[in-house]
Design a protein around this ligand. Sequence first.
Ligand SMILES: [Zn+2]
Length: 190
Amino acid sequence: MKRIKEKRTIDLGGRKVAYLLITSSAAGRVRIAIKRGGEMTVTKPKFVPENAISVFLRDKSGWIIEKIDFLKNIKATPILKSGRKEYLQYKKTALNLVGDKVKSFNKFYNFGVKKISVRNQKTRWGSCSRSGNLNFNFRVVYLPDYLVDYIVVHELCHLGELNHSRKFWDLVSQTIPKHRELRRELRKYF
Ligand SMILES: [Zn+2]
């Protein structure tokens, strides 16, 4: 697999947007990824010429600017200072985020998940009930993606083991082998 990375900027509706252009022999189509913090990466297959990318980005400029601003803002807000206002603002994003992750990890675990909800909590990242409901803190939107994966897998595995026994951590390890490290990292946020 060959990958070429180049720095580019484009004018989108009067605004200069920097991005990383990756040309990959393995890519099947053009993909845009915008990370928390607002950095954008565009991946294109080898056969797509660069001027086609400019057209593609200008075509989606409204969506791109909106997404960059949203994700920039999220990184700038201190996690514990955010309260009810941010909860109302981000709860839907949080629900989509954890919902997608529960779905994809549960393809592996196959537990009976009932309801997924998002709450404004100050002391915990998630919880799980005996009946199969999963709750998550809306503040997951501020975390790096791999920590959200861990939080989701942790609560999901409680549907198999409702405790923190050896058996429980063995379940977690099946998809997140580095969970110990991630738990330590997560403590920095609360
Ligand atoms: Zn737990």
